[in-house]
Design a protein around this ligand. Structure first.
Ligand code: MLT
Ligand code: ZN
Length: 445
């Protein structure tokens, strides 16, 4: 098998040496790691096709990997899969007239932003891991990020895809027509399929107008429940592009880890970050109408905006310094989000008294990143089960923007009916009859 793969991609692109593969075997959370592995790095769609055909013929499982920034245990080969790394699938072409960009799956989102900006445009998806995460990975996981409120999730940006099925056949529909109802819309199906249906090799993305002047505020509020109400109101502000949330414990941790100064003179019970088109004066006015706001720090110059964003964006890396992190990325309806934020800390403390709960996220969409540290391995499953059932009981989604992966596979039924899961199985079987594409993710083998 390895010789066949070496023949396809070249011997130097089949990595087996422990120090060369190490970075491909361990994920960001520190919770998921494989001991050994093989990494194959195809250079183009033809090589991806040949690799998959060879693996299907041999019955060898394949795990597509982009920037390895996933958070649900699906980006590393825990079950001996061959890692198909997309890092050499390059290419960035902006179509200024159509307002679109054709990108190789291995390009980072940071590179997509730079290419769009050089044409006076922008890409609507942005996230803290922008310089590591890739086009292929963000489409395969339907990444959300910081501006879903304005532009929608990654699925909404995808106009066409080129992807390879497990038998090596290439599906290519990259013409860029935004009105095109010729049959099933495969980009919608492949976005969020988590590498289980096909390997994405190139993607045509819609671009959006470059943002004009904007202002950012960090608001201090008395309580998480007040933040939920204010986030709901903030959605009505004309030109609002982001409404993010964090708590005093997370803010203190970010400051301790990064050395950032205080954002507001006093501590508050909860914080919202608002980004709005226009000037600081306009944002001050808009904030006056929001209920429960106690204080605000506002900036409308680029360094000032970036300084305020840092308090929110640096949560993930700061929490990672506290050891292994349980990441329960969930969405609540706005009607029950306040109850979730209020009750969750005591629910967790009741199960694991020494655990620390870090709550932050994209609150205008009800998306609460529920990060928990200090949980002994023996308590992890019971804790996850309790929290995810609580979310389902409150009418929420157990997998918001990070997907199901392996980490949430057993709870898929909390969000989907038996009939839906059976339809998923039939789709998987139809597109990957050999069952080699990321077989342990989402549905499991
Ligand atoms: C973020 O929005 O910063 C990440 O999606 C959250 C996380 O690391 O849990
Ligand atoms: Zn997020």
């Amino acid at each position: 098998m390895l010789d066949e793969l070496r023949g396809i991609v070249g011997p130097e692109h089949v990595l087996t040496e422990p120090d060369l593969v190490a970075g491909h075997l361990r994920d960001w959370t520190g919770r998921f790691a494989a001991e050994a592995g093989v990494v194959v790095r195809p250079a183009d769609t033809g090589q991806v096709s040949a690799v998959l055909a060879a693996c299907a013929a041999a019955g060898t499982a394949v795990l597509p990997q982009g920037g390895n920034t996933g958070l649900v245990g699906a980006s590393v080969p825990l079950h001996g899969e061959i890692v198909l790394h997309t890092g050499r699938l390059h290419g960035l072409e902006v179509d200024e007239v159509a307002g679109q960009l054709l990108a190789g799956a291995g390009e980072t989102i940071g590179a997509v932003h730079a290419a769009a900006a050089s044409a006076g445009l922008a890409y609507g998806v942005d996230l803290a891991s922008r310089d590591s995460c890739t086009v292929g990975g963000t489409v395969a996981t339907n990444a959300g990020g910081l501006r879903v409120l304005r532009h929608g999730d990654t699925r909404r940006q995808v106009i066409g895809v080129e992807a390879v099925l497990s038998d090596g056949s290439v599906l290519s529909h990259l013409g860029g027509l935004t009105r095109d109802n010729t049959g099933y819309h495969l980009p919608s199906l492949l976005a969020g399929s988590e590498g289980t249906l096909a390997v994405l090799t190139r993607v045509r993305l819609r671009l959006v107008p470059a943002p004009g002047p904007s202002a950012v505020a960090v608001l201090g509020l008395a309580s998480p429940a007040d933040a939920v109400v204010a986030a709901g109101f903030a959605r009505r502000i004309a030109g609002v592009s982001a409404v993010e949330f964090f708590l005093p414990a997370g803010l203190a941790l970010v400051r301790e880890v990064t050395g950032l100064g205080a954002v507001l003179p006093e501590e508050h019970g909860a914080y919202l970050l608002l980004e709005v088109d226009g000037s600081a004066e306009a944002l001050v006015q808009a904030c006056e109408d929001l209920p429960g706001v106690q204080d605000a720090a506002i900036a409308d110059d680029a360094p000032g905006r970036a300084a305020l964003w840092a308090y929110r964006e640096r949560h993930t890396e700061s929490i990672a310094t506290r050891g292994s992190v349980i990441k329960l990325d969930v969405t609540l309806p706005m009607a029950t989000a306040g109850e979730y934020l209020d009750r969750l800390p005591s629910v967790v403390a009741g199960l694991v008294p020494d655990a620390r709960v870090w709550l932050f996220g994209h609150l205008a969409d009800g998306n609460v990143h529920t990060n928990i540290t200090g949980v002994p391995a023996a308590d992890t499953h019971r804790l996850e089960d309790t929290v995810l059932r609580m979310v389902a009981d409150l009418g929420g989604s157990i997998a918001s923007e990070h997907g199901i992966g392996l980490a949430k596979r057993e709870w898929l039924g909390l969000g989907r009916s038996e009939a839906e899961i059976e339809a998923f199985r039939r789709i998987k079987w139809a597109l990957d009859p050999a069952g080699i594409l990321h077989p342990h993710a989402v549905l499991g083998p």
